[in-house]
Write a protein that binds this ligand. Structure first.
Ligand code: ATP
Ligand code: MG
Length: 219
């Protein structure tokens, strides 16, 4: 079943003449395992931001779960699509690691007990339990990244988009991340890994969508 559909999508940044992505046609199925690859500047992050409704294409349309994306509010999109940006440090705003995980769960309306249970479960799954009382701002870049990924995954989105998730993390953390992502994908969550880490992409497997100069060259 198709979940995210892009039809003839073009996007040009306001101060540019050349489109950052052009003539994009893609169908992503519910629960699909995807790697989005391409050189620097090929349009990967732009494509992710279009799917998330952060950027509105000048041409074409985007459908989410059968409805045009512009009919959803950003929080409604956020409840379906989880996003971890290329600079996860910017996404941290709580002073305690466990609160960073709990925040979104409370916002979703989960009870205190449910929030505590899920927070504990996800902190343990990502091997962050020992850091639960730390201030995230004092953690290493790699640890911050894991906290943000953990917080987004705890919200159980239908699809998860991770922009360069291995940028700051070491080999052993990469293995843990891969394991956690595989587990979550097997539970039915679609995952798009945006990456130029060839080794990680090769281990991740899944469908490879490749961009060159804003165009899809492999799907
Ligand atoms: N905010 C912006 N304003 C103007 N142009 C932009 C902006 N962000 C990106 N671009 C341009 O759009 C094109 C695609 O950029 P994008 O960030 O989507 O590439 P990317 O594939 O994610 O690259 P990277 O691998 O370096 O993250 C590039 O030519 C870039 O210069
Ligand atoms: Mg990018």
């Amino acid at each position: 079943m198709s979940y995210i559909v892009l039809e003839n999508v073009d996007y040009t940044y306001p101060d540019r003449t050349e489109p950052a992505v052009r003539s994009l046609n893609l169908v992503l199925k519910k629960g699909e395992k995807i790697a989005l690859t391409g050189l620097n500047g090929s349009g990967k992050s732009t494509l992710a931001k279009i799917m998330l409704g952060f950027l509105k294409p000048q041409r074409g349309r985007v459908l989410l779960d059968g409805c045009p994306l512009d009919r959803y509010t950003l929080p409604e999109i956020g409840a379906r699509l989880g996003f971890v940006s290329q600079d996860p440090g910017q996404m941290i705003f709580n002073l305690k690691v466990s609160n960073e995980i709990a925040f979104g769960l409370k916002w979703q309306g989960k009870s205190r007990e449910e929030t505590d249970e899920l927070t504990g479960r996800y902190l343990r799954r990502f091997d962050l339990w020992h850091l639960r009382d730390e201030n995230p701002f004092n953690l290493s870049e790699g640890q911050k990244q894991m906290v943000v990924i953990c917080a987004i995954l705890a919200l159980a989105p239908d699809f998860l988009i991770l922009d360069e998730p291995t940028k700051n993390i070491d080999t052993s953390r990469k293995r843990d991340l891969l394991k956690a992502l595989r587990y979550i994908c097997n539970q039915g969550t679609g995952i798009i890994v945006v990456s130029h880490d060839r080794e990680f992409v090769a281990s991740w497997g899944g469908r490879n969508i490749q961009l060159t100069n804003g165009e899809v060259v492999a799907r």
